[in-house]
Design a protein around this ligand. Sequence first.
Ligand SMILES: Cc1ncc(COP(=O)(O)O)c(C=O)c1O
Length: 501
Amino acid sequence: MDRVWRLACRRISTFLTQIRPQSALPALQPTIDPIDRHRDFEHGPYVKTRIPGPKSQALLARLGSIQDGRTVRFFIDFEKSAGNYLVDADGNRFLDVYCQIASLALGYNHPDILASLRNPANAHLLANRPCLGVTPPIEFIHLLESSVLSMAPSGLRQVMLAMCGSCSNETAFKFAFAYYRHKQRRGTSPTQEELETSLSNQAPGSPDLSVLGFTGANHGRSGAGSLSASHHKAICKVDFPAFDWPRASFPRLRYPLNEFVAENEREEARCLAEIDGVMTQRKAEGRPVACLIVEPIMSEGGDMHASPSFFRRLRKLVKEHDALFIADEVQTGVGATGYVWAHESWGLDEPPDMVTFSKKMQTGGVYLRDGLFPVLPGRIGNTWMGDPAKLVVACEIANVIRRDRLIDLVRLSGEEMLKGMAYLQSRHPLISNVRGMGTFCAFDLPSTELRDSMLTSLMNKGVFAVGCSTKTIRLRPSLTFALRHVHVFLDVLEAVLTDAE
Ligand SMILES: Cc1ncc(COP(=O)(O)O)c(C=O)c1O
């Protein structure tokens, strides 16, 4: 009865939200519900086979003979998928709250993206992949301005594209190292000895500089740079040579944050003192920290939050140590937290020196403050340095975010999601630590086994979610995730929790 009543209340509240005059919800009410522009499946999830179903299993067997397919859950039928629903090879339809590891900005097959890709005027950009550092196409600057730069965080006007999130961070590290050495040399060019020793990976040409990261953080795993700054999963690191770079504790806060303010403040002060100590010690040892990298919400590490005041003090501390501050917004960036960039919620006096992005932007890259490009040209780059075809998609994403006021929609859906999950937490002791910003939400289960079994139950009832760290379920829906999707998710979660008790 209670469930029926709550369902009815939700339906009424959705209806009221839709008919409420604009002025009643000035900040949150989207002018156009994107669902009206882009209908996805009216009837919600639909699961008719075991997962993976027979068609996915057959494809998996073929894949397994040519590459390691052991992490694959099932195959997607992209053509049949739409909006926030993915359809798998066997015709099962899932509400997708994972979205290709947080990288679908507008869901599947958004009509504006499809139209842009079908536009014959864009065909030559899709057909010819340039080396952007040597011969960029004539449309390149316009594409950059209409996509990546149109969403640039305030204070950061320069950008350099990269191929993925890991490469974005490695590019940022190289900017930081080059800048540090430039300052140490007081603006002079590298010496002959430095040039020669760099070729054999020896000092002084290959200096003992480091990146400070946080325990539990993930900054990618493409190569030694991003992997050395990541400290989350041993299985991703073991056996691979890495740099001897330091790490410090990220605050382990208690939730809900507003109930444990004093305790959380003490924890944040402890972490800041530790960071200060690590940076001081490294400098004394002659191997200084050139930059610190931090995720606004430590994602793979378990969706760990810290307060705006922690980040403000961290930014100041890093500057005092003469290092650069990099916000890794590969996962948090492009709207999902209810801000285009999560770090905008911190109220910084001075922006980060660099912000890295990828995933929802469709291209990797680094935003930089002025003055960080090395004095000598050609020092940082590779063959492609991005992909104009992906900028065509990123332009549509930027347009649709603005036109459909998707950041407002994320806030509205996120509020509803957190309210609903807090309600479920109050009724079902199995879940705890409901937390989130926008629709970038998470909750915990008592153990890895229970978390994994809940993910399977959710999938069997048509919600595709994935965990992070050891006992967390994280939600990474697209920016078009509307109230009706929130309600489908909460209903399935409630059914799974009820079954589990
Ligand atoms: C915060 C963060 N940084 C970097 C990366 C690495 O990105 P990619 O897998 O595209 O290399 C990830 C990937 O999940 C991430 O979450």
